[in-house]
Design a protein around this ligand. Structure first.
Ligand code: ASP
Length: 439
C-alpha cells in the first residue's frame, strides 16, 4: 500500500500543527510521499505566508526597503523550527531569496518560496528526502503544465526513494525559472505525485472533515458526504462548493486513484472519499446541493420560433460575438431563454439586445435580473423515482417561486433557477426534505 499525503496551509501553520501532521504520517507506514503547502493562517485574522511573499516581492520590485517584510516571513519559519526543536538554519536560503528578490526573479518565484521552505522544514522534521519541485515538475515556455515529461521524470526519481517530501504549488520552465500553478495549486502537485507513484490513495489533509452536503453558512452543521464521484464533485465545484482545487482531479481520474479528504485536526473522522465510480449507495438520494447568485435571464419571444431552423444558433451567436458565455438555455414553443452571468452581461446589455433584434427579429425581449441557480447533484437520483417532485414540493412549501428547471441529460443533477432573495430559503428547504427528513 502506497499513499501520497498532501497537507494544506492551515495544517502546517505552526509547530503545533506540524506535530499533528507528524503523528498522522507516522501512524501509517504507507504514507510515504508528502506534499506540503506553505504555512497558512494560525487564526482568522492571520496572513498566509504565500500572501506575505507576494507582498514582500512587490515592495522589492517597487525599489522600497523590504527587509522587515522578509524578516517577518523568516520569523514564521523560525517559530516552527524552534517549536519542533530542530537544528536547522534557513539563513542561507533567505540570503538567496533576498538576492533573487533584488534581481527581480518574478512573482512566481517569490510565491513558490513558501512551499519550497516549508518542504525543507518538513523533510528535516520527518527525516525524509527533500526533492525540490523545480527538478521534477515541468512547464513549457508559455507556462502550460507538461504532464508527460513530469510523469516520466518524477516517477523515475521517486522509484529510488522510499520516502520523500515534494513541496506543492510550483515547478520550472525550460529555462529553469519557477512557475506556479494557480492559487491553491498544491492540491494539483499532490495529484501529480500520486499518479507518478501509482498510489493506492491520495490523501488530502485539510481543516474540514470532508465535503459537506451543502454550504455551512446556509445550513447549520450540514452532514458530511462520505463518498462522491469525480463527476458529482465537478458539478458541485462548478456551482461554488470549494475544498479542493478543481484541476487536481484530472491527473487522477484517468488512473482511477481515489482522493481521500481528511481533517488534520480530527484525524479520526472518516472524511470524504472521491472516486471514479462506486456501487456504494449514497446515504441520501442526493449527494450535495450548491448554487450561485447573480444571474440574468434574457427571454426572446417570437411566434413560430420552434419551426424556424437555425433560430437557436443565431441567438447564441449574438452572445458569442459579445464574448458572453451562457449557463442554461431553457426553451418553449415560442420562447427561448438564455441564462447568463449578470455582471458579465450588464455592461453589454444594449449591444446584445440590438444584436438579437438584428439576428432574429423577435416579437419581444424580456430581461430579468437578480436570479440564482441551485444545483441538486446526486448519482442516486437516476435510480429514484420522484426526486424532482420532492424538490418542487419542498420549494412550494417554502414559498419559493421556481423560475427555471433544467435536468442535465446525465440525470446527475437538477438545476433550479430562483430569485436571489430566495436562494438560501431554497437550499434549506431542499436540504430539509432530503437530509433532515431521512436522518
Ligand atoms: N500556498 C499556495 C496558496 O496559498 C498554494 C496552496 O496552498 O495550495 O495558494
Amino acid at each position: 500500500m502506497k499513499k501520497v499525503v498532501k497537507f494544506g496551509g492551515s495544517s502546517l501553520a505552526s509547530a503545533g500543527q506540524f506535530k499533528k501532521v507528524g503523528d498522522i504520517i507516522r501512524a501509517d507506514e504507507s504514507r510515504r510521499y508528502v506534499v506540503p503547502s506553505a504555512p497558512g493562517k494560525r487564526f482568522s485574522a492571520d496572513t498566509k505566508v504565500t500572501d506575505m511573499l507576494y507582498d514582500c516581492y512587490r515592495t522589492a520590485v517597487a525599489g522600497k526597503d523590504f527587509s522587515q517584510k522578509l524578516k517577518n516571513i523568516k520569523d514564521r519559519y523560525q517559530e516552527i523550527i524552534d517549536g519542533l526543536a530542530l537544528t536547522l538554519s534557513l539563513d542561507g536560503e533567505f540570503a538567496t531569496i533576498e538576492e533573487q528578490f533584488r534581481q527581480g526573479a518574478g512573482e512566481d518565484y517569490a510565491a513558490s518560496r513558501g512551499e519550497y521552505l516549508n518542504g525543507i522544514v518538513m523533510a528535516a522534521y520527518l527525516g525524509y528526502t527533500y526533492i525540490d519541485a523545480a527538478e521534477v515538475i515541468f512547464f513549457d515556455e508559455a507556462g502550460n503544465f507538461l504532464a508527460e515529461k513530469t510523469d516520466q521524470i518524477l516517477s523515475k526519481r521517486l522509484e529510488k526513494e522510499e520516502h520523500a517530501v515534494i513541496p506543492g504549488f510550483y515547478g520550472s520552465r525550460p529555462d529553469g525559472s519557477v512557475k506556479t500553478f494557480s492559487r491553491g495549486g498544491s492540491d494539483i502537485t499532490g495529484s501529480i505525485v500520486a499518479k507518478a507513484v501509482h498510489a493506492d490513495v491520495y490523501e488530502n489533509w485539510t481543516d474540514v472533515s470532508g465535503f459537506l452536503v451543502t454550504d455551512p453558512r446556509i445550513v447549520e452543521n450540514p452532514e458530511v458526504i462520505s463518498t462522491i464521484t469525480y463527476r458529482e464533485l465537478r458539478e458541485l465545484s462548478y456551482m461554488g462548493a470549494t475544498v479542493l482545487h478543481e484541476d487536481c482531479i484530472f491527473p487522477l481520474r484517468k488512473e482511477g486513484i481515489p482522493i481521500h479528504v481528511l481533517n488534520t485536526n480530527a484525524p479520526q473522522d472518516p472524511g470524504t472519499l472521491i472516486v471514479e465510480s462506486t456501487c456504494s449507495k449514497p446515504r441520501f438520494t442526493i449527494t450535495g446541493i450548491a448554487g450561485k447568485k447573480g444571474f440574468a435571464a434574457v427571454t426572446i419571444e417570437k411566434s413560430m420560433m420552434n419551426s424556424e431552423v437555425g433560430f437557436g444558433r443565431k441567438v447564441l451567436q449574438v452572445f458569442e460575438e459579445n464574448n458572453i458565455s451562457f449557463e442554461h438555455v431553457p426553451s418553449g414553443i415560442d420562447t427561448m431563454t438564455v441564462f447568463v452571468h449578470q455582471q458579465e452581461f450588464e455592461e453589454k446589455e444594449q449591444r446584445v439586445i440590438a444584436g438579437l433584434h438584428r439576428a432574429v427579429q423577435p416579437d419581444s425581449i424580456d430581461l430579468e435580473s437578480d436570479l440564482a441557480l441551485v444545483a441538486i447533484v446526486g448519482r442516486g437520483m437516476r435510480r429514484t423515482r420522484g426526486t424532482a417532485g420532492r424538490i418542487f414540493s419542498a420549494l412550494a412549501h417554502a414559498h419559493v417561486n421556481v423560475k427555471m428547471i433544467d435536468q442535465g441529460s446525465s440525470e446527475l443533477n437538477i438545476i433550479v433557477g430562483v430569485e436571489n432573495r430566495d436562494f438560501e430559503v431554497a437550499i434549506r428547504a431542499i436540504y430539509d426534505i432530503f437530509v433532515n427528513a431521512q436522518l
